[in-house]
Design a protein around this ligand. Sequence first.
Ligand SMILES: Nc1ncnc2c1ncn2[C@@H]1O[C@H](COP(=O)(O)OP(=O)(O)OP(=O)(O)O)[C@@H](O)[C@H]1O
Ligand SMILES: [Mg+2]
Length: 242
Amino acid sequence: MGLIEVRNVSKSFNGLPVLEDVNLVVEEGTTVVILGKSGVGKSVLLKAIIGLIEPDAGSIRIDGHEVVGMKRKDLNALRRQMGYLFQGAALYDSMSVRENLIFPLERREQLTREELEERIIRQLEMVGLEDAIDKMPAELSGGMKKRIALARALIINPRIMLYDEPTTGLDPITAREISYLIKELQHRYQPTSIAVTHDMMCARIIADKVAVLHDGVVEHEGSLDELEKVDNEIVRSFFATE
Ligand SMILES: Nc1ncnc2c1ncn2[C@@H]1O[C@H](COP(=O)(O)OP(=O)(O)OP(=O)(O)O)[C@@H](O)[C@H]1O
Ligand SMILES: [Mg+2]
């Protein structure tokens, strides 16, 4: 049994199918990378997993609990165990780095000011940005913002971590650095994770397993070495980008 189990999930918008019959199992403590072209429904799938989008049909189980149709109260409790790195600008622009990191902790843990400060500094050290604590997001580069967003997503020590295009919009060198940082953080926290991307370099660094999403279904899944041998045009097109 996987910690995350997606079974026969479909979702249309205005009569246009996006997800048609998606199946995916993520074993506890592993990282699955979903590769897929732009618009294929990667973000929709992640949003369905955290219960932000309700599928038309199918089942999404997290640790045995059905997310589809789950009561708001239970969904909120489940979400408290999940970290989410959003696609694009991932920080609250009107808040300092410190406030961005305090935010996820405030509602869930009773910590003193000193404890909070200590936790935030420790978290920033992990991503190499302890000096940025008093900065505003506008003062940071794209790569620095991603590091802060990673620190923020992981500060709650999530059991499940979802990454939506963690390296998109970054230059290749920064994308590589962020990918290695994700790998290091995955090793440290060991959350069960799904990362969606079209960045093969990132997939190579962080994936235990890869699933290729295309035309509403998972076309192929396996290790990158396995996928590299698959005789399928869609799968091969990703390797051609390397
Ligand atoms: N809330 C929504 N209402 C209507 N259509 C939506 C909604 N969310 C997503 N879609 C549509 O679903 C399709 C898939 O969108 P999605 O954002 O999941 O793509 P993606 O694979 O994440 O692409 P990208 O790599 O560009 O981020 C798109 O055609 C999009 O317009
Ligand atoms: Mg997306």
